[in-house]
Design a binder for this molecule. Structure first.
Ligand SMILES: [Zn+2]
Length: 201
């Protein structure tokens, strides 16, 4: 095999506009509502910038509220199907902390994301070492409004997290999440933006 024909790395990186969006955001967000409000703000801008779907995530220290990382969905801008917001935020937090285990040395970090993770990000969250998952909501509304297929996720998804030491906090700024998804649906209707999904045929 001529290995020069193979790719040797791939990159899931934050778009440049994220730095502008964060310029007026404190490094510490003390409440979960503040952290989720940042997620919604990033999600709302992300699809308008063309990076991917209306999804964002942050990793924060649960105690202090320090923001460890932020992530947005970059599937369209990178051409990498796994480039979801949770994967970006978790990976960037692990790069920053220098460990695959975000719960190392007794750290209590949380992933804050604007809906229950999809089938892929469900696993990514389980293996990340976060001690809490904070979601704006769960249920069929996301798929109904946006047309995204979230994949097969167990009915007892929250209990499975809890059984692995990951507390689940739900319904944080839920209506605000749905508002972002409705904005996205209107954007897709107006612009023909791509809603990428698994193949169904
Ligand atoms: Zn995902």
């Amino acid at each position: 095999m001529d290995t020069s024909a193979l790719s040797h790395a791939f990159t899931i990186a934050l778009p440049a506009w994220v730095d502008d969006e964060l310029a007026d955001v404190p490094a510490v967000l003390r409440t979960r509502e503040e952290r989720m409000a940042l997620v919604h703000r990033l999600a709302g801008r992300n699809f308008r910038e063309g990076n991917g779907g209306p999804f964002a995530a942050v990793v924060a220290d649960s105690g202090s509220g320090e923001i460890v990382s932020v992530g947005v969905n970059v599937v369209l801008s990178t051409g990498i199907s796994s480039g979801h917001a949770e994967v970006a935020a978790l990976g960037l937090a692990q790069v920053r902390t220098g460990s695959w285990d975000l719960g190392a040395d007794g750290a209590r970090r949380e992933l804050v994301v604007n809906w229950r993770p999809c089938a892929q990000c469900y696993g990514a969250t389980l293996w990340s070492g976060v001690r809490t998952l904070v979601v704006a909501g769960s249920g069929p509304e996301l798929e109904e409004i946006t047309g995204f297929d979230e994949g097969p996720v167990r009915e007892d998804w929250a209990a499975q997290f809890e059984a692995r030491g990951i507390a689940v906090v739900s319904d944080v700024l839920r209506e605000e999440a749905l508002a972002v998804y409705r904005d996205y649906a209107a954007h897709v209707a107006a612009t023909g933006a791509t809603v990428y999904n698994a193949r169904t045929d």
